[in-house]
Ligand binder design. Sequence first.
Ligand code: NI
Length: 241
Amino acid sequence: MAAKLNASVSLLAMGLALASGSALAYQQGDMIVRAGAALVEPQEDSDELTVNGTKLTTAVGGAVAPAEAGVDSNTQLGLTFVYMVSDNIGLEVLAATPFSHNITANLGAVGTVDAAEVKHLPPTVSVQYFPMGAGSELQPYVGVGLNYTTFFDEEVDDELDAVTTSLGLGDARSLEVDDSFGLALQLGCDYAINENLVVNAAVWMIDIDTTATFKYAGGNKIEGDVDIDPMAYMVGLGYKF
Ligand code: NI
């Protein structure tokens, strides 16, 4: 009886050791690939637009001022790749399919008009700290990193062109949105379903400051500094190699 009990206790202890063992933990050399839905939600704050360097209010009076830019949210496929450089420190790269945002201009008495559409990619490299160590199925982490955001496929909307035509500027020939380098802060959590599969949720605060320039015939331009500073959220599944 005693021998059987001892054997049972030993088995139980072995089972617990396996369940809480390093199989579930992140270790130096591990690679985790995660995929999921990534939402970018701009918290934009724009300075007053300028016309050829002069503030809009001064340049064209109060009818279309004060002007503020609005940027809507967009969801795309997000991918994160993590390499564990030690048991607690990971290096993460965030990638995604291109985000597409509509930009609106709030033009005082004229109201809000569709101004443009722009696409962007926000690759971000972060250093992450996983405090839980060996044995934890739950792996929360904090990260700090550098974001590079590149804008492309900028298109001016006809609604904005109608307003600028009424101001004597005509149709915009092009829109340029400057690329941005900025800090990214991150919180996230992985939960191990089994030895290889994890469920992941993560949130980023990204500093994206840019300048949008609408160019018109004769060298005329309307310019605005926009701090997009989005929150980004991702939920998905990961695989640990
Ligand atoms: Ni900013």
